[in-house]
Ligand binder design. Structure first.
Ligand SMILES: CC(=O)O[C@H](CC(=O)[O-])C[N+](C)(C)C
Length: 302
């Protein structure tokens, strides 16, 4: 028999998990976006970055450690509500499929609940990612385009209204709907598999919780990476460069850089995925336990 689903507890604990994820994952996220969006070298020219370590070294040399934390204000401000909504969406997705509040769900049902969570988060994720990516690729120079997330949002709005702020929404959905399905299904599957017989999931050790969370992140990105490359390119391109959206980005990538370019940034993505998501689920479970143990009346029975 499963536990009663409480989307409100999920909302609060998800927010805490999101903050843990940003602090742990931001430097490798910056490297990922820089590798994904660097200009293609002309024949005979060296690429801007040769790989993950080269990108990290150049960034630290030119901009200091703070260069790796560039654009963090946007995900920090957005990620807490985003992960709160993400876990809330998953909770609602589960609830919608249960006939009885303590019913266990099958793995395909958990996948579907995860996909619903991906739809929920896109409203916050799409503009957050647009601003974050633009700030992350902005090298430290005197000719900075954007003076922080708010300035960036204002300038995008001035340039093309709300459509510009939300550029990349389709790509974000294409990435996060299947990825979130995978994320939550893997986490629940591993939690179930790692729980010793006769014990409850809440008894799971910290190490096993970290492992399940980290692996959920790896599975998430195994599904999300190609769409993420398209999204990063599209969201950081100059206005009007890709009139047909990510279809144009895809055609250009296939023509000029080949299929493997869809996996650009794989090293920092997978290096980040495990620790960042282990931290996220740790924050989530820890906070959920705290909320449960304080006996807070947060059940959502509607
Ligand atoms: C693409 C993304 O944001 O993935 C999240 C995990 C991570 O590594 O940032 C998970 N989720 C899509 C469920 C929000």
């Amino acid at each position: 028999m499963g536990k009663k689903v409480s989307p409100v507890k999920d909302f609060i604990a998800g927010g805490v998990g999101g903050v843990c994820l940003v602090f742990t994952g931001q430097p490798l996220d910056t490297i990922k976006v820089r590798l994904q969006t660097m200009p293609r070298p002309k024949p005979g020219e060296a690429p801007l970055y040769k790989g993950t370590i080269d990108c990290a070294t150049i960034t630290i040399k030119k901009e200091g450690i703070k260069g790796l934390y560039k654009g963090m204000a946007a995900p920090l401000a957005g990620v807490s509500p985003m992960f709160a909504v993400c876990f809330l969406g998953f909770g609602i997705g589960k609830k919608l499929q249960q006939k009885h509040p303590t019913d266990d769900l099958t793995y395909p049902q958990l996948f579907k609940a995860g996909m619903l969570s991906g739809v929920f988060t896109t409203a916050i994720m799409a503009p957050g990612e647009r601003i974050k990516c633009l700030l992350q690729i902005q090298a430290d120079s005197h000719k900075k385009m954007y003076d922080g997330p708010l300035d960036c949002a204002k300038k995008l709005y001035k340039e093309g209204g709300i459509r510009s702020v939300y550029r990349g929404t389709g790509a974000t959905l294409l990435r996060d709907v299947p990825a979130s399905g995978m994320y939550f299904m893997t986490y629940e599957w591993l939690q179930h598999t790692l729980t010793p017989a006769g014990h409850d999931r809440t008894d799971l050790s910290v190490g096993r919780t970290l492992f399940a969370g980290g692996m959920a992140g790896i599975f998430n990105w195994a599904v999300a990476l190609p769409q993420d490359v398209l999204k990063s390119r599209y969201q950081t391109a100059p206005h009007g460069k890709y009139p047909n959206g990510i279809r144009d980005v895809f055609k250009q990538l296939m023509k000029e850089e080949g299929f493997l370019s869809l996996y650009r940034g794989a090293a920092p993505v997978f290096l980040r995925a495990f620790p960042a998501n282990a931290a996220c689920f740790f924050g989530y479970e820890f906070d959920k336990l705290k909320v449960l143990s304080t006996g807070a009346q947060l059940e959502f029975d509607g």
